[in-house]
Ligand binder design. Sequence first.
Ligand code: AMP
Length: 307
Amino acid sequence: MRIVLLGAPGSGKGTQAKLLIEKYKIPQISTGDLLRAAVAAGTELGKKAKAAMDSGQLVADDVVLGMIQERLATPDSKGGFILDGFPRNIPQAQTLDAMLARVGQPLQLALLVDVDIEVLMKRLTGRRTCGSCGAIYNVYYTPTKVPGKCDKCGGSLQHRSDDNETTVRNRLKVYEEQTAPLVSYYKAQGKLRTARGVGSISDIFKSISDIIEAQMRPLAAAGVAVSAAASAGQARAASARGAAPAAAKKALKKAAKKVAKKAAPKKAAKKVAKKAAPKKAAKKVAKKAAPKKAAKKVAKKAAKAKK
Ligand code: AMP
């Protein structure tokens, strides 16, 4: 499963990505997290990124793209990934498409977590994180009992350096100007789906999961159809080579059944059940007939004894 999570800063896509990695066992790749780690470690890349991050601007494309290319090449990304915070503009999206096309693993879904701008402002400027245990609060929506102190461990609450009002306004402006055009970009590719990002975390997660399942089902069925079509092709080729027509017919039937089963598993299950039914019915009849049989045996024995 290869997914891009789209959404403005504060839309909650990071929280949702964490729940998705639990459910689908694929890594979340967040360029924001990677960049913050580089800044904290004081690497060259971190030093380059810090100024842009602190002012709410985007970090240069070449820095981010180099980082993503490295991350996507690691073995744990091979089975799929959830990209969070990347791509952030059209050139990044185009480079990502090209990277994935080279390995024959195109993106399958771009999921937009949609939240109104006023809510985003409050979510971002009100966000506080416990410096000791990492618990997240919001002074507007989920305040602590004692201001500035974590309810869970009593640790001091911190305000992310890019969550102040000026930087937040900048980040939202940058989102509108540079990232929001990705909505049309992925819509044109037929890959865009939207979930409302308001309400409880679990409700949002449910609608996101539903979208993912709905999107992946036909893709999986199409995969089977392709492999079935390939088997059918092989069967036709075999028949053209002069193989026994019965064998070719059998292969074609098998391929068609494979597609039908995947497309309608319930129907297929019913069919199997129906096929099994006559046997069941026969057993029932046999059971019902058994006492009569037994009675007949007894009568026969009795007659013999009389003789
Ligand atoms: P985030 O945690 O995703 O909100 O990212 C925090 C900051 O990191 C952003 O405001 C940008 O400065 C920078 N950043 C994260 N991802 C990217 C990206 N794909 N391209 C450019 N800058 C990024």
